[in-house]
Write a protein that binds this ligand. Sequence first.
Ligand code: ATP
Ligand code: MG
Length: 420
Amino acid sequence: MAIQRPRGVNDLLPPFSGKWRAVEALFHEMCAEYGFKEIRTPLFEDTDLFKRGVGENTDIVQKEMYTFEDQGQRSLTLRPEFTASLCRAYIENKMHGLPQPQKLYCLGPLFRYERPQAGRFRQFHQFDIEIIGTISPLADAECIVFCWDFYNRLNLRDLTLRLNSVGCPACRSVYRLALQEYLRPAIAKLCPNCQGRFERAPLRILDCKCEICRAAAIGAPAIVDYLCAECSEHYHMVQEILQACAIPYTADSSLARGLDYYTKTVFEICALGLGAQNAVCGGGRYDGLIEIIGGAPTPAMGVALGMERMLTALAAQNEDIDVEEGIDAFIATDFNDASTVLAAFALASSLRSSGVLTAMDYEVKSLKSQLKTANRLQAAYVVILGRPEVSAGIAQIKNMVSGEQSEIELKQVRRYLLEH
Ligand code: ATP
Ligand code: MG
């Protein structure tokens, strides 16, 4: 029996891979515009990095990590997210010694052992930006504006931006107590997941999708009423900046996000047409994380944008991603004459090395069938190089749009195609 790919992972095939690369190109371009520099970290890290950096209490660490032991009995984990790796790299490479803040970005595959379903895979891809080394609310807003701009440029519509502040350890602990107090009488009625969250992560109960948990959370105290002066001021500023940029948002005190390390700002953008898995990106401020994983206290803000869900949302909205199709030239030749094929192949190679997108066939084919291939490949020009042309040192060039055919010197073909 043929071997199949593991559950929850995908093959990226052409022509879809071209659209994928176009989106990546846009992301790289936007990062340059916003001043983010690329960083590439390893696909696997010391397991402790994620235990400490993502948080023991999170779904990711408790049940979603791909953890294995290598031949040297080290516990390693395939990265389930970028932020912890980036912060590790920031500390390890002494990037705090560089001008601050450091604006970094990365993209690539991540691994989580989740139940595969629409919009949820075991290997999925994210774009990620991080601004490390400033407490300014401008950084928070910049990450949000970046996402908004990115989706706008891709024509992704019907987006909703939810914004909240989860405060700092000081004000959040007061709020946690108030929230637990409020929910305590309803513990038995909560879903099993939320019963487990009651002690570890009560804020996340507010974000549960279950009807019963939603009902239990109605009327619960809101974190905005518990923020300390500094967190409250920060939250206020972020909102003011978003308003100045005319970005619509909903201040939603039930938004908690799934990672332990967030402080102050958290946000999520959802797109219509995705069903239950409708969050296309999520992020927030994590002023305590770098210290947690062994660096000096360093404030930071970041966001991760999911690739697959965004592409699904675009498809659901009938929005296509434009990619250049077609090639510049197709070389048609006489496959019954070996030296003619060699001349054609040499021409194809020299065109390619000059940057001309060039194709030719491999096996014996009639001229008619070669022209068919040229059409299928959407060639702008066909260069016909048969036995008589080779001996005369010329080639026929056919413009596939106008149908016009002309004869030019073989030596001039390259220049002709480069100029047209
Ligand atoms: P969710 O609540 O949907 O599980 P999350 O909070 O775990 O999302 P983050 O870790 O914040 O997600 O990742 C940011 C984005 O990455 C998500 O908004 C989503 O678009 C995408 N994403 C997360 N997990 C997956 C997955 N398993 N498959 C595909 N995309 C994912
Ligand atoms: Mg998740």
